[in-house]
Design a protein around this ligand. Structure first.
Ligand code: SUD
Ligand code: ADP
Length: 288
């Protein structure tokens, strides 16, 4: 059995430039990985089948699973005559804005590259990953990046200043498609992407906290007002910078001082079942 780690991502900035003719949105976002991971187990099968199981009751255990799609795509593209049993130990909340499914797909690509002896580069895996979903390419590489296009064009940047992240997910799932679909770009306030890059390059924690921004908040806040409340609570309990990740509903708070985490964590536990205090991960993936 080969085990591969599949970490969650957060969006430090998420800007939408325009809606494209293919119905995707042209984005500009800074993404980084955090130390909250699913664990993917891969075991070779001689019978040519792809089988999938997970510890979560809400994640599909058939061809709708993004990890299954990753295996199928590699199998079809490279005419692989072996199968695989995939097990997913799910730690990342589902439909949360943390790219759990995309990261599972990316980890499956990296793992099967080794298990099936395909010898593909990370760049090739990232290119394949884009066929599964817009966030999969970033998840193939991990680390910290500026993502453009529909999210699949990846430019690596330095890792942000070291800090803690508190993640709080209210008990609702959010559909990424409906959030993008509800976005009104007229008069919207765009995040300061280049200021965020400067903050990261200069290792300036305060500037990083001031530069957080996500245009999708406006949509999700209207659909689910409890997300606004969680953001306010996170600030009240002492986080230095607070933002919704991706299309939500997870809200994350940045904290540079370990002694303040307990108060924020315990305060949020009163509102959300799923609360995590984690570190930024930083390191980029190598081939599994
Ligand atoms: C919002 C973000 C931010 O990182 O993450 P999540 O909240 O999903 O974690 C991503 O852009 C989500 O990426 P991902 O979840 O891979 O989306 P996809 O499966 O490619 O697309 C799902 C749907 O979202 C819309 N979509 C997605 C990406 C994009 N740049 N423009 C879009 O309009 C499209 O309607 C598409 O059909
Ligand atoms: N391996 C997987 N893990 C989680 N969700 C998955 C997976 N495969 C498919 N899905 C489906 O993808 C949808 C989005 O899940 P997820 O990736 O967790 O959220 P997000 O796109 O908000 O980051 C879910 O509704 C789920 O049914």
């Amino acid at each position: 059995m080969l085990y591969v780690k599949a970490p969650a991502k957060i969006n430090l900035t998420l800007d939408v430039l325009y809606k494209r003719p293919d119905n995707y949105h042209e984005v500009e976002m800074i993404m980084t990985t955090v130390d909250l991971s699913d664990r993917i187990g891969l075991e070779l099968r001689k019978d040519n089948l792809i089988k999938i199981s997970s510890t979560s009751s809400i994640v599909p255990d058939d061809e709708r699973n993004l990890a299954y799609q990753a295996a199928q795509l590699l199998k079809d593209t490279y005419k692989v005559n072996e199968g695989v049993s995939i097990t997913i130990d799910k730690e990342i909340p589902v439909a949360a804005g943390l790219a759990g499914g995309s990261s599972d797909a990316a980890a499956t690509l990296r793992g099967l590259n080794k298990l099936w002896g395909l010898n593909l580069s990370l760049d090739t895996l990232a290119e394949l990953g884009a066929k599964i979903g817009s966030d999969v390419s970033f998840c193939v590489y991990g680390g910290t990046a500026l993502a453009t296009g529909r999210g699949e064009k990846i430019e690596h940047i330095s890792n942000p200043p070291a800090c803690w992240i508190v993640l709080a997910k209210p008990k609702i799932g959010v559909s990424t498609a409906s959030v993008y679909g509800g976005l009104q770009l007229n008069g919207i306030e765009h995040p300061k992407t280049s200021q965020m890059i400067r903050a990261i390059n200069e290792n300036d924690y305060d500037l990083m906290c001031q530069s957080l921004g996500n245009v999708l908040e406006s949509v999700t806040f209207k659909l689910h007002p409890e997300v606004v409340m969680i953001k306010e609570q996170m600030k009240k309990f002492g986080a230095d910078g607070v933002l919704m990740s991706g299309s939500g509903p997870t809200v994350f708070g940045l904290v540079d001082n370990e002694s303040r985490i307990g108060r924020i964590y315990n305060g949020l536990r009163g509102f959300c079942d799923e609360v995590f205090a984690v570190r930024l991960l930083g390191e980029r993936n190598s081939l599994a």
